[in-house]
Ligand binder design. Structure first.
Ligand code: NAD
Length: 245
């Protein structure tokens, strides 16, 4: 897949799925903009990417609107365009409903949903002017079917799905496509910290009987960000070993 001449902004790119998405986009020739709150890991990630000369890093919290605006101003100043936005930054604060406090709810909503909104709003300003753009949001199978202990997370990811469908309809006439990928149970830091019992239960629920890899999720993101998906918008692509109905 070729992304020559394109500028791609990826949030949550210091590690995990976001880092692999950035790696595959860079391999395809894109100028990649890595965004994360983890400053040191971000810098380290950038030097190890293919074509590291064309990699920019920004330590930005996606919930901070002023910082998000500065980020896009900076990217436009350096590259002159924004072709691809991958809203991948996300967090979990798992707890059963009766034990979940409002702070755990608010934090997850802020990063997963408000962050996706802010990044999309400020990127699409430039995409609309260019009359082209691709937005790929990171949903989750948890947002499609629910998952005990994740009321906040699944609500935020279901929100991402509704947001994706609306943005797709609003921006279609400007040739900007917006889709989401809904990963299942993927081997990253997010799932490595889960208790053994939770991992066993998750594995038992996967028809393909194994966790997914970051490479498998990133390939789906790159497909939706690439030329082969030019006529696809407003969709959610599960990458989950068969978990979603
Ligand atoms: P991860 O924790 O390894 O990576 C998430 C990245 O987001 C981290 O680098 C983190 O620093 C960054 N981040 C967190 N808050 C941020 C903020 N406010 N601003 C900027 N960056 C921030 O997790 P991952 O598994 O790679 O998850 C990536 C995405 O995939 C998330 O949206 C997650 O919800 C989604 N997802 C993951 C799985 C899975 O099984 N791992 C399943 C479904 C969906």
């Amino acid at each position: 897949m070729t992304f020559e001449g394109k500028t791609a902004v990826v949030t949550g790119a210091a590690r995990g799925i976001g880092l692999e998405v950035a790696r595959q986009l860079a391999e395809g020739g894109a100028t990649v903009v890595l965004v994360d709150v983890l400053e040191d890991q971000l810098k380290e990630a950038a030097v190890n990417l293919p074509g590291a000369r064309d990699v920019l890093t920004y330590t930005v919290d996606v919930t901070d609107e002023a910082a998000v605006e500065r980020l896009f101003d900076g990217v436009i100043e350096k590259t002159g365009r924004i072709d691809i936005l991958v809203n991948n930054a996300g967090i979990t604060r798992d707890d059963l409903l009766l034990r979940m406090d409002a702070d755990e709810w608010d934090l997850v909503m802020a990063v997963n949903l408000k962050g996706t909104f802010l990044m999309t709003k400020h990127a699409s300003r430039y995409m609309v002017r260019q009359k082209s753009g691709r937005i790929v949001n990171m949903a989750s199978v948890s947002g499609l079917v629910g998952n005990p202990g994740q009321a906040n997370y699944s609500a935020s990811k279901a929100g991402v799905v509704g947001f994706t469908r609306t943005v797709a309809r609003e921006l279609a006439r400007k040739n900007v496509c917006c889709n989401a990928v809904a990963p299942g149970f993927i081997d990253t830091q997010m799932t490595r910290v889960l208790p053994e019992k939770a991992k066993e239960n998750a594995l038992a629920a996967i028809p393909l009987k194994r966790m997914g890899t970051v490479e498998e999720v990133a390939r789906a993101v790159c497909f939706l960000a690439g030329d082969d998906a030019a006529y696809i918008t407003g969709h959610v692509l599960p990458v989950d070993g068969g978990m979603a109905p």
